[in-house]
Design a protein around this ligand. Structure first.
Ligand code: NAP
Length: 296
């Protein structure tokens, strides 16, 4: 089977004509196609959650940091949750155990988001466990810092493979499978506004998420799916603290008007709000959560 095999030829034909029409009148063409048969340029809908079935969330990169806090928080909110890691299987399993001990439902799978086949396996695993997906949080990410002059090709390439292409892999699969009235969140960063030396390539990978969210929100609006980018400020995880001295970290704290680093739970709380019923009208936005280190 090819990695991203085309759908059956009939669907291909109708998809091509939808795309041709969309080039002339995007919104009208896509909405028209949905009304005609449910297949759209954005792929088949994920259907409607059966009555009585718990809402289910898939959080990439949730073995630690912001993702782990989000998985725990969504489980507390009543979601069945799929946890994901790329290396730290023991940490992913521990997040699942915590959720289960607290009375929730969870499963985990190791999958590298940079690999589209692995992403498909992750969603298959989730669907088998919980019957469908209502919330996808594309959180997995890495950061490699260096001035332009010394940034290594392999660091640049891996960051784009995980943060930009990897998140695209996740959002593409989410767009195909998310159920009616679902929610998609992708992790951007306030660093896109808080420009800082050595952050050039990383910030560029995060800026892609703002574009993804803005465009995907328009593609999925007809299915009442909201899509947003969450842009944290400086959050107390190893992604931020590794490689920095205490003095450097203190320097960032001093530039944060609210006087502290964010904790992963601060970000998880905002994600929880966005995917709650009260968040239904927020879509296509980049939501800055950063202790006023930048204001949008
Ligand atoms: N911390 C901040 O200050 C901050 C600020 C703004 C935005 N963000 C964004 O928030 C997200 C989470 O950051 P964090 O600070 O929580 O990072 P973190 O503590 O380093 O955790 C990263 C998570 O992503 C997973 N991961 C890494 N590469 C992966 C891959 N290829 N496939 C699947 N999972 C992968 C890791 O799994 P393993 O445990 O298996 O390695 C881990 O669970 C990232 O997208 C980051 O860019 C963070």
């Amino acid at each position: 089977m090819p990695d991203q095999g085309p759908p059956p030829s009939d669907a291909n034909l109708s998809r091509r004509s939808v795309l041709a029409a969309a080039a002339l009148a995007p919104a009208a063409a896509i909405v028209g196609a949905q009304r005609a048969g449910g297949q759209t340029a954005t792929g088949a809908a994920g259907g409607v959650r059966p009555a009585g079935q718990a809402r289910a969330a898939l959080v990439t990169g949730s073995s630690r940091g912001i993702g782990a806090a989000t998985a725990r928080r969504l489980a507390r909110d009543g979601f069945a949750v799929t946890v994901n890691c790329v290396v730290n299987r023991d940490l992913a399993a521990a997040v699942v155990r915590d959720i289960e001990r607290a009375g929730g439902r969870a499963t985990w799978l190791q999958a590298d988001v940079a690999d589209p086949r692995a992403v498909r396996r992750l969603f298959d695993h989730h669907d088998r466990a919980f019957g469908g997906v209502d919330v996808v949080v594309s959180n997995a990410g890495i950061m490699r810092l260096a001035p332009f002059g010394t940034m290594a090709d392999e660091d640049f390439d891996r960051m784009f493979a995980v943060n930009a292409k990897g998140s695209f892999n996740v959002l593409r699969e989410a767009s195909r499978r998310i159920r009616h009235e679902g929610r998609i969140i992708t992790l951007s960063s306030s660093i896109t506004q808080f420009t800082s030396p050595t952050y050039g390539a990383y910030a560029a990978t995060k800026a892609t998420q703002d574009m993804y969210a803005a465009v995907l929100a328009k593609e999925l609006g007809e299915r009442r799916v909201s899509v947003n980018a969450m842009a944290p400020g400086l959050v107390n995880t190893t992604l931020f603290t590794d490689g920095k001295t205490q003095e450097e970290i203190q320097g960032f704290v001093e530039r944060t008007p609210l006087g502290r680093l964010g904790e992963p739970e601060d970000i998880a709380a905002m994600i929880s709000a966005l995917v709650s019923r009260d968040g239904a009208w927020v879509s296509g936005q980049t939501v800055f959560t950063n202790g006023a280190v930048v204001s949008a």
